[in-house]
Design a protein around this ligand. Sequence first.
Ligand code: C6P
Length: 409
Amino acid sequence: MLNPKEIRKDFPILNVNVHGKQLVYLDNAATSQKPNQVIDTLTAYYRNYNSNVHRGVHTLSIKATEQYESAREKIAKFINAPSDSLIYTKGTTDGINLVAHSWGLENIESGDEILLTEMEHHSNLVPWQILAEKNGATLKFIPVTESGALDLSQLNILLTSKTKLVAITQMSNVLGTINPVKEICRQAHALGAYMLIDAAQSVPHMPVDVEDIGCDFLAFSSHKMLGPTGIGCLYIKKAILETMNPVNHGGDMVKEVTLNQATWNDLPIRFEAGTPNIADAIALGTAIDYLTELGMDQVQAYEEHLTTYALDVLKGLSEDFIFYGIPDPTKRGAIISFYSPEIHPHDIGTVLDRQGIAIRAGHHCAMPLVNGRLGLPATARASFYIYNTEEEVDMLVDSLKKTLQYFNR
Ligand code: C6P
């Protein structure tokens, strides 16, 4: 089992005081904190070898290029992908938009169907809305059951020979539900549809193997997995990537340019026009080293343990709060959304903040799920990571009790 007390020593921010209390950071689904190793990688790059990549013959540029490309290899290995199928992006949103604007625009036609779910983040919804409107495709949605799972009994009705793309989150950022993407992918492929996975919440918290799942596209963000903001990755199956056209054009993505035309560089550089986010890519490589060292099986097991504990102790508050998500902690990630009909989630968030506890309150960029399916104005959400402890869960419970008292409940 992971030792969060040891892990915490690597995260300087966890010693910060908020309103005179030591920070209890439970907003990891929004963004995770960064260990010294990642912070040191960033400063080492800027202090010692800041330079552009793929361009220079000088020592610094060669070192920057080596580090940038070796980070790509590590990240690709982490999800069991070949490194030439892994494109650096700004994050999950950017990756999904790239697929929609390149592959989507050219392959999804009038009459085609795109199958999504009711639990998608706006990043895996709005790009498909725009594309469907432009190309005349239809959006369909797998419903969410009362308990917070996908209603897979609807899958063979919704998935038809007209389905061109199935685009699904592997883990809900509101309910924590882990979706059976491998099985959905198998069924999608059997009908000739392509499969995209929004892995923003899964890659940071559980082992993900694109080869095993068999998906065509998979996007994730560095900042939710101990790495810096502004960098993420998009995996695209090689055979598909070879047929796709770049969305951005300019330096580095070209092989030969004349006044009137250009040819594209090799994969995946052809999708990375302009000077890339070098420091953050290299530091994401360090975050990958950190997680690999811990072992993703261990990360998942620890979070399951902490979620089990949290669900158990939070039961004591079930008269005052409704807790959402599948009760079985093996089928969900370390995300717990809750709601009190008496106290607005933003008020809960504000009162907890006064006690040093950071949670998120809002629609979590999943308005169709929160406002539509759950019928709530917002939820309060606590989300855990490798450095959170049972003591912190206890502090959350105590603070929620104080919040109830504060509002005279
Ligand atoms: N969810 C949350 O608090 P970006 O912003 O591109 O790194 O990730 C977007 C995204 C896509 N899909 C899922 C399932 C997500 O959870 C997120 C980010 C954050 O839940 C910020 S809204």
